[in-house]
Design a binder for this molecule. Structure first.
Ligand SMILES: *[C@@H]1O[C@H](CO)[C@@H](O)[C@H](O)[C@H]1NC(C)=O
Ligand SMILES: *[C@@H]1O[C@H](CO)[C@@H](O)[C@H](O)[C@H]1NC(C)=O
Ligand SMILES: *[C@@H]1O[C@H](CO)[C@@H](O)[C@H](O)[C@H]1NC(C)=O
Ligand SMILES: [Zn+2]
Length: 294
């Protein structure tokens, strides 16, 4: 086998091996969250994001929103930061119990602590002493993890690895339950109801300014003037995962219209909340920066 063939084979095998194991909204889910967020940034936050994004992004945050997923192999330490799993039937999230790297057992390593971590790093933006962190990476991590924490199965049960170990049929295709929530529901929704992803983004944005307008401020705010409050988002996901994701979906289930039609509104709501909260968090981070330097 020539070198090229080997590379090609390795690429195909790793795609096949890696894809079903991702712990994230698919690329599209993440892009939706980042598109919603970038359109809601304050002047200071928009300027900071533009400055921090790599040139290749062309000032489009959505284009780099899945960067953190592409790193899981290169930076194995980062893979525990995409989720926070609970005990079976907990239906709530507790920092001390659930924020732990399931593989190493090390506490304080999960999507919730990661969002706080990258919030703190970004607060160093614009300060006189140069941050020891790469703030471009901090921005890309927080933008990705804010999406992840809103995907209910990122706060699913540890015993089935957030639904990765539950095999179901999505209509006639075999998938695991995690993949259904990362990708399949959004894909089926776009196929049935929209021209493309941007069309879906527009529809979600319309609801943010109309149907959900009265709730948006509550989504945005954190208690006690905190800059970010990811534990609340994880708790919501842990509730949703019991009420909507695991409900009616066990090993071997066939999930079709009955499941799809009652779940896609939940997915839309979580994507909307993820986008609104990513923007609110970045606005708090960078607005506090610009007021400090004045
Ligand atoms: C915080 O960020 C640094 C830099 O990316 C990383 O090394 C560390 O593992 C992160 N910790 C958590 C809990 O996110
Ligand atoms: C920061 O991280 C980005 C994305 O990985 C990379 O392109 C850039 O070169 C890094 N910057 C520095 C100064 O290392
Ligand atoms: C927008 O809100 C309406 C009314 O609640 C709902 O029927 C529709 O599915 C929502 N669309 C999206 C994209 O969220
Ligand atoms: Zn992820």
């Amino acid at each position: 086998m020539g070198c090229y063939r080997v590379v090609q084979l390795v690429a195909i095998v790793s795609l096949v091996v890696l894809l079903p194991k991702t712990h994230a909204w698919g690329e599209e889910g993440h892009a939706i969250v980042c598109k919603i967020a970038q359109a809601r940034l304050s002047t200071a936050a928009a300027a900071a994001v533009k400055k921090l994004l790599p040139k290749s992004a062309n000032n489009d945050l959505a284009s780099k929103c899945s960067w953190a997923d592409s790193l899981r192999v290169v930076f194995p330490w980062s893979s525990a930061l995409h989720f926070a799993n609970t005990p079976d039937n907990a239906c709530n999230y507790k920092n001390t119990r659930d924020c732990v790297d399931q593989k190493s057992g090390i506490k304080g390593r999960c999507v919730v602590s990661a969002i706080s971590n990258y919030t703190n790093q970004l607060l160093e933006y614009g300060s006189e002493t140069k941050s020891k962190y790469n703030l471009t990476q901090s921005l890309l991590f927080i933008s990705h993890f804010m999406g992840d924490v809103h995907q209910p199965l990122h706060c699913g049960y540890a015993s089935d690895r957030g639904g990765n170990d539950i095999n179901v049929h999505w209509y006639r295709r075999k998938h695991n339950l995690h993949h259904v929530w990362d990708v399949s529901i959004i894909e089926t929704e776009v196929e049935r109801f929209y021209d493309d992803i941007d069309d879906l983004v527009n529809a979600i944005q319309k609801n943010i300014t109309r149907a959900w307008a009265d709730e948006v401020e509550e989504w945005e705010n954190c208690r006690n003037d905190a800059i970010s409050c990811p534990a609340i988002y994880a708790s919501e996901s842990a509730e949703d995962v019991c009420a909507w994701a695991y409900e009616g979906a066990s090993e071997g289930s066939v999930l079709d219209d009955e499941y799809f039609l009652s779940r896609y509104p939940i997915v839309n709501l979580r994507l909307a909340q993820g986008g609104v909260r990513l923007a609110a968090t970045l606005n708090r981070i960078f607005d506090s920066q610009s007021s400090m330097s004045m």
